[in-house]
Design a binder for this molecule. Structure first.
Ligand code: ZN
Length: 161
């Protein structure tokens, strides 16, 4: 279900990759980390302005050092959370990376995460669900191809029908 939406989310640009590419295209003469930081800020500013102009949603990966392995396909996922951001409306949503991966690649709207108590002991699992309605609200007013809107409308019509 929702194949087009899943592919669309999968292909959204990752902000840090876009900023890296922008820096490569810029001419700068930075010799220390502070100058480099300034250049990077300028690059990020350029990228965000461009994304906003295009109405292009993007992803930001958080806790990049956290790594999860998908139990279904063994893919390694860098980063604990992915934020989907809409520069037009300034709306965003954090999604557990494994949950987002499971939706995109395994067509499932939930995952069971191990529950770890304060002492670090495993204590069963807890289910986390993807809030599809909120996700679609985040995409609102951004550049979303018409066939995806049609697919989503059809999906909810079938669910309520
Ligand atoms: Zn997987």
């Amino acid at each position: 279900m929702l194949e087009k939406l899943r592919e669309f989310i999968n292909e959204l640009p990752i902000l840090s990759d876009e900023v890296d590419a922008e820096m490569e295209s810029m001419e700068y003469d930075a010799t220390n980390s502070e100058q480099l930081r300034t250049v990077r800020e300028q690059a990020q500013h350029n990228v965000c302005a461009h994304l906003k102009q295009e109405g292009q949603c993007y992803k930001v990966i958080y806790f990049i050092n956290a790594m999860t392995v998908c139990g279904a396909c063994d893919e390694k996922l860098d980063g604990a959370y992915v934020e989907i951001n809409n520069p037009v409306s300034d709306k965003g949503m954090y999604i557990n990376h494994l949950l987002l991966h499971t939706f995109i690649h395994h067509d499932q709207l939930y995952v069971n995460e191990p529950n770890v108590d304060v002492s670090g002991n495993m204590d069963g699992t807890r289910r986390i669900d993807l809030n599809l309605v909120n996700l679609l609200k985040v995409l609102d007013r951004a550049a979303v191809p018409a066939d995806i809107e049609k697919e989503v409308t059809g999906y909810f019509a079938a669910k309520s029908g």
